[in-house]
Design a protein around this ligand. Sequence first.
Ligand SMILES: Cc1cc2nc3c(=O)[nH]c(=O)nc-3n(C[C@H](O)[C@H](O)[C@H](O)COP(=O)(O)OP(=O)(O)OC[C@H]3O[C@@H](n4cnc5c(N)ncnc54)[C@H](O)[C@@H]3O)c2cc1C
Length: 402
Amino acid sequence: MKTVAIIGAGPAGLMAAEALSQGKLRVDVYDSMPSVGRKFLMAGKSGLNLTHSEPFEQFAARYGSRRQWIEPMLKEFGANELRVWAQGLGIETFVGTSGRVFPANMKASPLLRAWLKRLQNNGVTIHTRHRWIGWNADRSLRIETEQGEISVKADAVILALGGGSWRRLGSDGAWVPWLEQAGVKVEALKSSNCGFDVAWSSRFREKYHGHPLKSIILSFESFRQQGEFVITKHGVEGSLIYACSALVRDAIAARGTTNIQLDLAPNLSREDILKRLSKPRGSKTMASHLEKAVGIKGVKAGLLREFLPKDHFGNIAHLAEALKNLSLPLIAPRPIDEAISSAGGVIFEELDEHLMLKKLPGVFCAGEMLDWEAPTGGYLLTACFASGHMAGQGALKWLGAS
Ligand SMILES: Cc1cc2nc3c(=O)[nH]c(=O)nc-3n(C[C@H](O)[C@H](O)[C@H](O)COP(=O)(O)OP(=O)(O)OC[C@H]3O[C@@H](n4cnc5c(N)ncnc54)[C@H](O)[C@@H]3O)c2cc1C
């Protein structure tokens, strides 16, 4: 019987195992952690956003410059197939108000439990606490176990090692040099869907860290979106920041510190603001005038104080301008370990259309370790599942088992 070794038991590796378990093969999955799917379970903590319900065209566009490679995978196993697959495991899904798709109970653990049971019933063997550490000279896999190093020979190998974020969940990016030594080009891993550092004054940081900034419009280059984010001790985090994080990260890498523009009062025009602030304020301070006239208080008022020169804070023309177009300087992306996902990885030019490494025939790659990125919204998991499916099908074909 032919054998397949899958390294990494996250969504991509397990989906490859599912595809391979349909053939007459021995399928072994190895993971370095004591239990599998840790990042997937973490994703379920705040509501597992499995995929998105938007039309295919829009969905595929979320992968930006990597669309040409991700699209064929989505055509085979995209959002609809994923929902049907979850249903097959007894997990109904629903579309939230934003179009995002979640399991009915929002959690990852029931889905993972049902999935692991099915894989086991289909003959897949999972080995936890088995860490791949590269290849031996004869191309067998070097695997570290609690009992010492073993070598594993397999007719096909699928690497689904994840990216470089949240290393405590297993994906530590340690695989990068091992693939590079084998001649595979890997784009450096970097933070994606991440926060950024801001040089807050200590006064602002102490007063406002943890405060959400709601209903604002953030503009940066071609990006313009209404939403919210949070002030942190280091800078800024949250959905609106993540949404523009790839653009901002690349701008910082190219030019150094960059500014995002904030509209702190999207429901009022500049003229409205000027008119309201022009009303006599009597003995009121400018801060209470701002609150009464245009509803700006708390962290929004704090931001104005943080970035406007003192004399501008008393000048309504400057205030109106700052309310509609405040420049917030971002210094650097937060470290990759804190990011929701990572960009970079094995470049697609190294892979054939079944995700097999051209330089290492019989070795396939899938999931976040490939060089793509996407915003949050279910696009990350969908591409991980889709690429796992594609690599699994590819290995079936390669072994003549399909
Ligand atoms: C907090 C958080 C919330 C998220 N929420 C969502 C969400 O709601 N929707 C969404 O679409 N995405 C979400 N994501 C992203 C999503 O979870 C990941 O993109 C996805 O898990 C990546 O899947 P993967 O299989 O490629 O890698 P991983 O899930 O990282 O799995 C890789 C596996 O490989 C193992 N491994 C690594 N190196 C080795 C080695 N040398 N030997 C053996 N095993 C190894 C690891 O232990 C791990 O189990 C979230 C991420 C985070 C951190």
